[in-house]
Every structure is written in structure tokens, then in C-alpha cells.
Design a protein around this ligand. Structure first.
Ligand code: 48N
Length: 343
């Protein structure tokens, strides 16, 4: 048997740069504070003898499911539920989790990937515009931006995904926040009040694939099905009953488009908690952004609405490809929640 090829390899002279990554020193600075374990430099480079530590597949399954079901148990009683992890919902989650680390905050996001419409600045263009003073929020979360001129009225984040991924990363690092993505809110939990109105007391959730497979192909028909208490026949499968989360306060930021757009406010109409929706109006940046931020409020006891979902309630204009109102509506929604808890 011929000797292994490596015997004939030229010895690597010290002047030849190492095949290792030569990562800069700061790469050894641990993310998340972990210091135990090898550095990536020690791991990379010698792939011949490389091998992962051994594992049994069931260990992976238990590592995931044990945590998920423990979270479901912990957040079955939440202090706040945020419906929709778009730019507004995530901004609200960031401000609330930071201001009130004592509150348990559950975020329910129908898509597998949170972020809503904030991964691009508009159409296919990646830069994201925020009008001042929303640049204050960018500095708060540590997102860099450019200015078109010293006295420009807006700032530009070079890629919308930089804003959204940074915000998402910050939100997910809070110990009092749990994101349940690929999970849809398909109804609201209500309680009767003495004056005959209703108090929102939690959310009804299901796997999004189940909620979207409902035989009702439009959201209105889906809500009507719910309203008539007809068990939802989920299209090609018998009804799969939902799960529930109780919470005294809900922030709904479900946006204005997509399969579930403006979900909560449409449900309020179908349960006759509010008379009708104002319906989003045409695009007018100046009018729209002020109206959304100033209008973010508790629509019915226990339900605060912000972001583009609010435009459907108030008949506000849409603002198009500018995101300052989403961030600051989130800030205001968080303030409204703090007010509720301080009453
Ligand atoms: O990004 P969106 O749609 O909503 P906002 O209000 O956070 O931001 C709106 C913004 O992206 C714009 O539309 C911009 C400013 N354009 C304005 C214009 O004039 O065109 O995020 C909503 C999130 C999405 O991720 C949905 O998947 C999710 O909410 N969602 C839900 N999650 C769980 N259960 C539901 N029923 C549900 N409905 C929506």
C-alpha cells in the first residue's frame, strides 16, 4: 500500500501563510458571553482529522421539543401578547421588553420568517428610508445609517434587512420574550364587561398551515366561519382545534396586507365589538406617518393596535416605502401597555 500522499507534501515553510482562517483576534470574543470551548481558529483548518462530537438523533429531538413545550407552558399565561412580528410589532417588543423586564411577552408570528414587510425598503429596492426623528430609534438599537445632505429630513439604512435583522436579534435576546413563529392568531379570547362591551383577554392560535388551509379562502369568510361557531373544516382535513394564550393586554400589529392583514380589527368588526373599519386610504406620506404614530392606542379594552393595521381602523392614508412610523408606532404601543400595567 503506497504511503499516504501527505508524506510527499512539501513542508509548509513558515513564510507560507497558514491555511487557517487567521480570524482577527476579536473573533475570539464570545457572542452571548460564552467563553468555554475551542475558538473557531482552533476548529478550522485541519479538516482531515476533523469530526463532530457523536450524537443520537433523539437527543436533537428532545433538545428542541423539551424547550418548546416548556415555553408553551410558561407563556400559556403571558402578560402581553404581540400579534405580528413586523417592524411595528418588533419595535414594540423591543421597547416593552427593555422597559419592563418583569413582563412575560409572547410574540405570535404567522410566517416562518418574522419581519413582515421590512426586509426590503420598497418594491425590490434594498435601502430603507426613515424620516426624522425616527433616526433616534436606529441609534437606540445600534443600526447605522446615511444622510442625504446635512439638513436632510430623513436617513437611509443601507439595507432594510440590516434594520430588521438587528431589531429581531435584539428582541430575541431578551429573556422575557418568546417568539412563536409559523403560528397564527385565528381568534381573540374575550370576556364580557358590565357595560356590555368586551375585554380582550388573550389569543387563539394554531399552526399557520392549518389556519390558512381553512375552507374559507378569504379572511372575511374565515372570520364568518369562526363567528358562526361552525367548526372550521380545514379544507382537506377535519377541524384541528386551536391552542390558547391568556393575557390581559394584546398588541396587534398584523399589517394591512397578506393573508391575515388587519386580522384583529376585522375580527372586532365580525364580533361587533367595533361597528366598522375606516378602510386604508391612498398614499400620503406626510399625513399617514403622523396619523399612525399618534393614533396608536387601545381600540377596545385589552387590545392596542399599531402599525399599518391601524390604518384600516381609522381610515388613515398609507405611507408607502418609509418605515419611521412603524418604529415609533411600536414605541407608542409599548408606552400604552406600560400605562395599562401602571393603572
Ligand atoms: O410588516 P407588517 O405587514 O406590518 P407592520 O405594521 O409591522 O409594518 C407595515 C410595513 O411593513 C408597511 O406596510 C410599509 C410601511 N408600507 C406601507 C404602505 O403604505 O404600503 O407585519 C405584520 C406581520 C406579518 O409578519 C404577518 O405575517 C403577521 O404580522 N401577521 C400575523 N401573525 C400571526 N397571526 C395573525 N393573525 C397575523 N396576521 C398578520
Amino acid at each position: 500500500m503506497s504511503p499516504p500522499a501527505m508524506l510527499f507534501q512539501e513542508p509548509v515553510s513558515p513564510t507560507v501563510p497558514s491555511k487557517k482562517l487567521n480570524l482577527p483576534h476579536e473573533s475570539a470574543v464570545p457572542v452571548g458571553g460564552k467563553t468555554k470551548g475551542e475558538t473557531i481558529e482552533a476548529v478550522a483548518g485541519d479538516w482531515q482529522s476533523f469530526t463532530f462530537r457523536p450524537i443520537r438523533e433523539s437527543q436533537v429531538s428532545r433538545a428542541m421539543t423539551r424547550r418548546y413545550f416548556s415555553d408553551l407552558d410558561k407563556y400559556a399565561e403571558s402578560d402581553v401578547v404581540i400579534i405580528g412580528a413586523g417592524s411595528c410589532g418588533l419595535s414594540a417588543a423591543y421597547c416593552l421588553a427593555k422597559a419592563r423586564p418583569d413582563l412575560k411577552i409572547a410574540i405570535i408570528e404567522a410566517s416562518v420568517s418574522p419581519g413582515g414587510g421590512a426586509w426590503l425598503g420598497g418594491q425590490l429596492f434594498s435601502a430603507m428610508v426613515m424620516r426624522k426623528p425616527a433616526d433616534a430609534f436606529l441609534r437606540e438599537i445600534g443600526v447605522d445609517y446615511e444622510e442625504d445632505g446635512d439638513d436632510s429630513n430623513y436617513v437611509v439604512v443601507k439595507h432594510a434587512a440590516l434594520f430588521t435583522s438587528t431589531l429581531l436579534s435584539k428582541v430575541l435576546q431578551f429573556p422575557n420574550v418568546k417568539l412563536f413563529n409559523a403560528t397564527a392568531v385565528e381568534d381573540l379570547i374575550t370576556r364580557p364587561r358590565e357595560d356590555g362591551t368586551i375585554q380582550i383577554a388573550g389569543v387563539v392560535t394554531n399552526w399557520t398551515l392549518v389556519s390558512r388551509k381553512a375552507s374559507a379562502h378569504t379572511l372575511e369568510a374565515l372570520i364568518l366561519t369562526l363567528f358562526l361557531q361552525v367548526s372550521m373544516h380545514h379544507d382537506d382535513q377535519s377541524c384541528m382545534d386551536p391552542n390558547t394564550i391568556n393575557a390581559p393586554v394584546i398588541i396587534s400589529t398584523t399589517g394591512h396586507d397578506g393573508p391575515f392583514g388587519a386580522f384583529s380589527v376585522k375580527r372586532l368588526v365580525s364580533m361587533q365589538a367595533i361597528k366598522c373599519l375606516g378602510g386604508m386610504r391612498g398614499l400620503d406620506m406626510n399625513t399617514a406617518e403622523d396619523a399612525i404614530v399618534k393614533g396608536t392606542r387601545e381600540i377596545v379594552p385589552g387590545l392596542i393596535v399599531g402599525g399599518m393595521e391601524l390604518s384600516e381602523v381609522d381610515g388613515a392614508n398609507r405611507m408607502g416605502p418609509t418605515f419611521g412610523a412603524m418604529a415609533l408606532s411600536g414605541v407608542k404601543a409599548a408606552e400604552e401597555v406600560v400605562k395599562v400595567f401602571e393603572q
